[in-house]
Design a protein around this ligand. Structure first.
Ligand code: HEM
Length: 140
């Protein structure tokens, strides 16, 4: 990934990180209102889930300079998502919801380029997870 893109991802994430709780609250509220079909995949109580999502975003941004380090954890995460009922078609829904919420939380600090940067980062995450999921599905 291009150096300047990495820097924009890091600085925009640092900006929203103090409001991570609000970010994930809003993320799931929007995801479930837009795509009610995915609500039943998740547990009723979302507290733990929200913490884990924040942790996974932190992991991604912290390792974005050395993306090879993300391959194993994201592949394993993708494998686990098969059992959760996630399918490849769900990933763009998650990506677009996350983009919208990042933009909303960043407010005036958001700018057009960040849409491309975050789309690239979230696509990278999704691609690795989906490859992991495929490997898992082939075992069955
Ligand atoms: C950027 C892509 C995604 C990231 C970073 C992400 C992150 C996570 C994390 C960290 C967990 C906690 C459990 C674990 O690590 O295995 C989790 C669980 C879960 N995710 Fe995702 N996820 C992504 C995409 C998706 C998609 C596309 C779906 C499908 C709608 C989905 C549905 C779920 C469900 C249903 C759970 C399990 C809840 C439970 O039963 O406890 N995720 N996700």
């Amino acid at each position: 990934m291009e150096q300047q893109r990495i820097e924009r991802l890091e600085s925009s994430f640092n900006l929203v990180a103090p409001r991570a709780q609000e970010l994930v609250d809003r993320f799931y509220a929007l995801l479930f209102s837009r795509y009610p079909q995915v609500r039943p995949l998740f547990p009723d109580q979302m507290g733990d889930q929200k913490k884990k999502l924040i942790a996974s975003l932190v992991l991604v941004v912290n390792n974005i300079r050395t993306p090879d380090k993300l391959l194993d954890p994201l592949t394993e995460m993708g494998k686990r998502h098969v059992a959760y009922g996630a399918i490849p078609e769900h990933y763009p829904l998650v990506r677009d919801t996350m983009l919208e919420v990042l933009c909303e939380i960043a407010g005036d600090a958001w700018y057009e380029q960040l849409n491309d940067d975050w789309t690239a980062a979230l696509n990278l995450v999704a691609n690795v997870m989906i490859e992991g999921a495929k490997a898992e599905a082939q075992k069955a």
